[in-house]
Design a protein around this ligand. Structure first.
Ligand code: XIL
Length: 590
């Protein structure tokens, strides 16, 4: 009843969006879980049965230390250039207060972060108050989310930090074409990963996008030598000491909580490594250390990294690590130039060792201290250009044969004008001939002048055809970022998604053809002994089972949506509305 009224209200009030085909995109009553709502700032969010606007539960927001701490929601179908009608009910139960004003707001990036209050309402303690708002996101807006908070003030007091409840969140807007999950589509072939930054992992829109598309994450900067090595602690202890920054912890915690495997990046590199690491007393005032001292330090450092990760984040599956990054020079036959200035491409490692012994040692130590399940890679860019390509080939072949290295990481920072797909393909063949694993670790393709989205899309498509061809010895492909707005080469729009997370032609080019192929392969015959009945209800599906077990759910195009555990009896499993396939039958979640 409630829902019908809300919808009717929305239709009558519809202004900007009346010309379009609109529908209810989200209707969240918090009966079956938080359904994509996450904390904003230090707040905590959880389902509560203390009070409810409809049904028996709502979302409770606690632990607020600032007025803007609240809850936030993002979804791939709330995008730039479109208008949305949003409504949500608020209440609070704190007996210290009689009334308080709460806000329903939206946030997005458009030349800086924008905060828009769509609507606010004075709420009386214990009474549920419905708030209705509307917003049009400008075209080009990125990182869109909807959030709730106390009415914003710069003079906040305790009342602005009280716990509160929301319920019956409804969002109405234009329905977008369904975008398939990249990692589900590519599951039969390899992992599909991305680099993430602290900011993206803390945003609701970033999280929802990662959850949908990626089954491997790489910290873009947060686990590099300069982010982990502590000068003061190293000086104090007389040996390298590592620690995890707030950002690294955010990323590792996400991996731990969501069971997402991580690619470690990186241990030994000329760049983003503090100069003091290479000097006596961990101080650039002193001489550069000897080869012997550096080898001891390198072992202590690598040992410390793996020990810290195992201790602090024992649940994270670190399935790959870039042990040595970018040791070879471009254009000449050999290592990077010896020197102290990384900004000129010089390397302290070459300066101290004079040869590739430091690479051998790094792999020896990584093998000694990394978990057995973590594969070790030599990672580099311009990996397709001679003589660098042959240098990488010879090195990895040697290390692979002595069993300290598992494969080559091809960074793959490409451009629409170089390299040719042919050259890249020959490189894949050459590295594959070593017999080792290959991982594509940092893929992006800049659009250079004269090229278009379509040029880029064609290259992406050709590359993914190659990756599938090589998939028996290519275990992971990662793009270097979630969307163009957060790319290190964002001015030339190198990634698969626009900054509002809408899919680009590049995205569609790499899923084209896969859907049908996987649909045939993925819809398996159910286990005969599985005595279950499955049917959809509102926001969930029900499994009635005679025994405990698991059930696989597929989207209509055949990609795996998830594997769900059930126990004997009646199981209610929360799921976004849509049509699914379970046991070869359609299940409609309303
Ligand atoms: C880049 C990051 O994306 C930037 O944010 C940072 O300022 C510089 O480093 N090769 C690598 C990556 O191995 O670590 C680099 O990442 C890109 C090139």
């Amino acid at each position: 009843m409630k829902r019908t009224l809300l919808l009717l209200g929305a239709t009558l009030l519809m202004t900007n969006i009346e010309a379009q085909e609109v529908k209810e995109l989200h209707n969240i009553d918090f009966e079956l879980g938080v359904s994509g709502w996450v904390n904003r700032g230090d707040a905590k969010v959880a389902i509560s049965t203390e009070t409810a606007n409809s049904g028996s539960s709502s979302l409770k927001i606690t632990n607020r230390s600032q007025v803007w701490n609240g809850a936030s929601f993002a979804s791939g179908d709330i995008v730039s250039g479109k208008t949305y009608k949003v409504s949500c009910a608020f209440t609070f139960t704190d007996t210290r207060y009689e009334t308080h004003t709460f806000e329903l707001c939206a946030q997005y990036d458009d030349n800086g972060t924008r905060y828009v209050t769509m609507a606010s309402a004075d709420v009386t303690r214990g009474k549920w108050t419905e708030v209705n708002g509307e917003i049009t996101f400008p075209s080009g807006a990125g990182n869109i989310s909807i959030y709730v908070q106390s009415k914003y003030t710069t003079e906040e007091t305790d009342i602005d930090h009280m716990d509160f409840f929301i319920d019956d969140f409804v969002c109405i807007g234009e329905e977008l074409p369904e975008v398939e999950s990249l990692c589900n589509l590519y599951k039969p072939y390899f992992r599909f990963g991305t680099a993430v930054s602290t900011s993206v992992i803390s945003s609701a829109s970033g999280k929802s996008h990662i959850e949908k598309h990626f089954n491997s994450l790489t910290a873009e900067n947060e686990m590099k030598p300069d982010a982990m090595l502590s000068q003061s602690l190293s000086k104090e202890k007389g040996e390298p000491v590592v620690q995890l920054s707030y950002g690294a912890r955010q990323i590792l915690q996400y991996c731990s909580d969501n069971n997402v495997p991580l690619r470690g990046h990186c241990l030994v590199w000329h760049s983003q490594t503090p100069a003091w690491f290479f000097h006596e007393g961990f101080d650039t005032k002193n001489e550069v250390v000897s080869k012997e001292t550096m080898t001891t330090r390198m072992e202590q450092y690598i040992k410390a990294v793996f020990e810290l990760l195992a201790k602090e984040f024992p649940k994270v599956n670190i399935y790959a690590y870039d042990v040595v990054n970018e040791a070879f020079a471009d254009g000449s036959n050999g290592l990077r130039t010896a020197g102290k200035d990384a900004s000129k491409g010089q390397s302290y490692w070459t300066l101290i060792y004079g040869n590739d012994l430091f690479i051998e040692k790094a792999f020896e130590f990584a093998r000694k201290y990394a978990p057995a399940t973590c594969k070790l890679y030599y990672n580099d860019y311009n990996e397709y250009i001679e003589p660098k390509r042959t240098n990488i080939y010879n090195l990895v072949k040697k290390l692979y044969n002595n069993k300290t290295c598992d494969g080559v990481g091809m960074q793959s920072h490409l451009a629409t004008n170089y390299p040719s797909v042919q050259l890249y393909s020959e490189t894949l063949d050459k590295f594959a001939s070593i017999g080792c694993d290959i991982q594509v670790t940092e893929l992006d393709i800049t659009i250079e002048s004269g090229a278009s989205d379509a040029t880029q899309a064609k290259i992406y498509s050709d590359l993914f055809d190659l990756y599938i061809k090589h998939s028996s010895h290519l275990s992971s492909v990662s793009v270097w970022g979630l969307h163009d707005g957060m790319s290190w080469r964002g001015d030339r729009k190198p990634l698969l998604f626009n900054s509002d997370y809408t899919a680009k032609p590049a995205y569609y080019s790499i899923i084209d053809g896969l859907e049908i192929e996987n649909a045939i392969g993925d819809i398996r015959v159910p286990c005969e002994t599985n005595d279950v009945v499955v049917f959809g209800i509102q926001n969930a599906f029900i499994v009635e089972a005679l025994n405990d077990g698991e059930i696989e759910l597929y989207s209509l195009s055949g990609s795996l949506v998830g594997v769900y555990k059930y126990s004997e009896g009646r199981n209610i499993i929360a799921l976004p509305k849509g049509i699914y396939i379970a046991n070869k039958q359609k299940v409609i979640v309303r």
